[in-house]
Design a protein around this ligand. Structure first.
Ligand SMILES: [Zn+2]
Ligand SMILES: [Zn+2]
Length: 219
């Protein structure tokens, strides 16, 4: 029987390279390990600094760590992954999305229906947004429900991320991949192909563990 590889990643975690987070990269990784996640993406606001203190890819214990960034525009916030050129501050969403597309990266519309920080609906008609957070750990449940409807209506790929700013929030929401993700390239490919889905760990605060062991996937 074919081996099915399922990897669970938290795609949206802020470390203290973000001015609003107290979480050190080491604490984020520690929490992800304790929960049994397979991977975590550190996505600081307009910063890739975490990549200076962490070797990206599988850590010695198998946890996969990748560094992206959350880029804020007037038309919404985006998690950006892949090998991207240095992005100047103050770009518009179409400019960012176009740059990411041309660089062969992937962009995820973060918390697209959050009050005050939502995605400009006009962007969806441009076709530039292909992936959104269907579930974000810091959203109200009504905001997540709206995001789900939005994703279904526009046939978008939907992922999940905790948007953690402290340790207890890491892993509250994750993304399930049905293929191995060990590198930025793997992640970008899966996001672009839509081979992933949001995975909501609703009762994380009651349980200290997801009750699972990390997946062992062949490299
Ligand atoms: Zn923040
Ligand atoms: Zn965020």
């Amino acid at each position: 029987m074919a081996h099915i590889c399922i990897m669970l990643f938290d795609l949206h975690v802020h470390t203290n390279f973000s001015p609003c987070s107290r979480l050190s990269p080491a604490q984020a990784l520690h929490r992800a390990r304790r929960l049994g996640l397979d991977g975590v993406c550190l996505t600081d606001h307009h910063s890739l600094e975490a990549a200076r203190v962490i070797d990206q890819g599988p850590q010695p214990d198998g946890l996969v760590v990748l560094v992206g960034q959350e880029y804020t525009t007037a038309q919404g916030d985006f998690l950006l992954f892949g090998k991207l050129p240095q992005l100047a501050p103050g770009l518009s969403a179409p400019q960012v999305l176009d740059l990411v597309e041309r660089a062969g990266g992937a962009a995820v519309g973060a918390h697209p229906c959050r009050r005050g920080r939502s995605l400009d609906p006009q962007l969806l008609s441009t076709g530039l947004v292909k992936v959104i957070e269907g579930v974000n750990g810091r959203n109200l449940s009504a905001e997540n429900q709206e995001a789900q409807k939005l994703g279904l209506r526009h046939d978008l790929t939907m992922v999940g991320g905790s948007d953690a700013h402290d340790s207890s929030e890491v892993g509250a929401v994750a993304t399930l991949f049905e293929q191995p993700i060990f590198s930025q390239m793997d992640l970008v490919e899966a996001l672009r192909n839509g081979r992933c889905q949001a995975h909501w760990v609703a009762d994380l605060h009651a349980a200290d563990s997801l009750g699972r062991s990390p997946t062992v996937c062949a490299v």
